[in-house]
Ligand binder design. Sequence first.
Ligand SMILES: C[S@@+](CC[C@H](N)C(=O)[O-])C[C@H]1O[C@@H](n2cnc3c(N)ncnc32)[C@H](O)[C@@H]1O
Length: 302
Amino acid sequence: MDGALESNTRAVFDRYQRQQEKNEHIFSRLVSLIDEEYFGFNPGGFTGLQVLDAGCGSNANASYAFLEKGAAKVTSLELGEEWMDCAARRLSKFGPRSVLIDGSVLNLPFADAAFDFTHCAGVLPHTANPRKGFDELARVTRPGGHLFLTIMGTGNGVLYRCINHLRELYASDAEFRQAIDNLDGRTAKEAIDWLLAVKGQNESPLLEGEDGFIRSLFDDDLFVTVRDRFQAPTYHEFAFTERQIRTWYAENRFVDVRRVSRYTKGLENLRRFLAPMYLHYGHPLARFWFGDGCIQMIGVRN
Ligand SMILES: C[S@@+](CC[C@H](N)C(=O)[O-])C[C@H]1O[C@@H](n2cnc3c(N)ncnc32)[C@H](O)[C@@H]1O
């Protein structure tokens, strides 16, 4: 692993990806997000493909989905080797169709045109040089093959302008940093218990269902997302735009470049009310909060 950025980034993600792998509900929710329709493929469209899952995470959830959907071989790549025990717990059942590789997306250890389908979700914003990473992904995708990319590009949305400021606070203010680092389902429960107890002492009882509803908004799954926005060493200020990513594809000879989106099913927390905005990323409400949104794009190498 090269340098402090990569090892710090890996440490942040390894912690929560291991939790996700252990939690059956979360793991199967993540796996269920990958289907042919999402990428605009026909049913069975992954059958026989050589797939690269670059920056697969310790839980390698997308690799698992591609293997289940019939890919001939899935190469799962992450920084270092320490994640492999976790990924192998799920992937070993696929035998030699699953290959785990230590490597960086900035310097992929593969020949040109080695893959039919290259998948890289949420990885490039955490690297020292996202554009170099993209060029590497393009290089290993064969002519006629697909490159799929997810990249957070939300810098011009209200939420992400706030997060950019708060990331500075996270770096400089120990009390704020500790509050964020401690944020999980348990601390949220304690806070809600306290709020509702004091409210109960001063007002009439809660309406039926109110207690359960409030509690359902905050869980570990939610706080993983919140903590990641602060703890990940870099996000390049969430400043990527759809236009810029389209230029990257065009300059690497990709055609039929499409932005895709999906309804994120199976969320049990507050984010279930955000899911409509993830699907309709161009809606004025979505643009207000999320700017260019989480850019999910696919193109065909020419
Ligand atoms: C937000 S997580 C996404 C994980 C997985 N792709 C998913 O969608 O669940 C970002 C991942 O990128 C990995 N990563 C960061 N820099 C990388 C690099 N230079 N090469 C490969 N992976 C990298 C991190 O270790 C982390 O697991």
